[in-house]
Design a protein around this ligand. Structure first.
Ligand code: MRU
Length: 357
């Protein structure tokens, strides 16, 4: 299976997703600023993959910190954390990775500075390994929602390329396929950057999963014709009341699903739930540059399709209110979005509010 990011020989290696599927090229990062640039320029993208890359970038940057003791080392890490946090604001994963790194550092405060540097590398690699295991668990719960013969719609790319491996929205599909279920996947092209057409279609074709590509505006018509049985998407951040941020266009799909009584599922690790934010209106939405909208890229490079000087809006994400989300597929089970806050309660009996297929 394709790997979006890896730590190899003291370097962060990322597959350049901005060139996929036409070119398979890898970028070797030897400086944390290069990793941050890769996140900004979408060489690596997808919230969990960004979190993993940021953790690896931090481990890379940490190797150059000259400090005498724990406090000096933590001070040296601060600008690296800030550089990573400044890259892409909507996903919670960079914040989550930094919190996880900080807690490992604090627990190991009596280690030497060299020891702390080694621990950072080990933790970054562990974040990647854990992500794959979590995704497989998402797949095992999510497959229960896929009936033999169904057609699944997905948006953007929440596959192996967007994670450490296996994907979140694609994990139930991979497990269903392992179980011998037959199903079809319909993929929205996902303008402006075409993650659906370029990445999800490529990944699913490599896995031998039957896939059909549509333009974003086709989904409603197919739903009306009864051609879609369920929708599964990923997410960049889920908040306490169950509102979900994901690639622009997700909200439209969720509303269409409700109108056509089609289940709308969001697949995500528990680490994507930001319990510090109460509702979706406080999720920061990244606005990207106009060129992504006025141009399209493909063989032959970038081609202008809109007149010079046109005013453009390009929010990269939207927020789907919890009432449109049938359920969230996590590594701990499938839950109604409004029940997620009970996961915070350590005494809660998860079994009691886990949805049965
Ligand atoms: O702008 P991108 O390509 O980083 O957006 C990616 C998405 O919206 C994904 O659906 C989300 O990050 C979840 S990936 C498991």
């Amino acid at each position: 299976m394709v790997k979006a990011v890896e730590w190899v020989d003291e370097k962060v290696i990322m597959l350049d997703q901005s060139k996929l599927p036409l070119e398979i090229t890898f970028i070797e990062c030897t400086d944390y600023r290069q990793v941050a640039e890769g996140i900004r320029k979408l060489w690596i993208r997808g919230a969990p993959a960004i979190g993993i890359a940021a953790a690896m970038g931090i481990a890379l940057g940490a190797q150059d910190i000259r400090a005498e003791n724990f406090d000096g080392f933590m001070e040296g890490l601060e600008p690296i954390f800030n550089e990573m946090l400044s890259t892409r604001p909507t996903g919670v994963n960079i914040r989550w990775a930094i919190d996880r790194i900080k807690s490992v550092m604090i627990k190991s405060r009596n280690e030497s500075v060299d020891g702390l540097k080694e621990l950072l590398i080990a933790e970054a690699k562990k974040i990647l390994e854990d992500d794959i295991e979590v995704n497989k668990a998402i797949g095992r719960w999510g497959t229960e929602l896929i009936k033999d013969g169904s057609t699944i719609l997905t948006h953007c790319n929440a596959g192996a390329l967007a994670t450490g491996g296996y994907g979140t929205a694609t994990a139930p599909m991979l497990v269903a396929r392992e179980q011998g279920k037959r199903f079809d996947v319909i993929v929205d092209e996902t303008r402006p950057v075409l993650q659906g057409a370029r990445l999800t279609v490529w990944e699913l074709m490599q896995e031998g999963i039957p896939v059909t590509l549509i333009t974003d505006s086709t989904a409603g018509a197919l739903m009306k014709n009864g051609e879609i049985d369920l929708t599964i998407v990923g997410t960049d951040r889920i908040v306490r009341n169950g509102d979900v941020a994901n690639k622009i266009g997700t909200y439209t799909l969720a509303v269409l699903c409700k109108e056509h009584k089609i289940p709308f599922y969001v697949a995500a690790p528990i680490s994507s739930i930001d319990f510090s934010i109460a509702t979706g209106k406080d999720i920061p939405i990244e606005e990207r540059g106009p060129k992504e909208v006025t141009h399209v890229s493909g063989r032959g490079g970038s081609i202008q399709i809109a007149p010079d000087g046109v005013r453009v809006r390009n929010p990269a994400f939207d927020v789907t209110p919890a009432r449109y989300v049938t359920a969230i597929i996590t590594e701990k089970g499938v839950f109604r979005p409004m029940d997620l806050k009970r996961l915070m309660d350590t005494d809660a009996d998860i079994e009691e509010f886990r949805l049965k297929p």
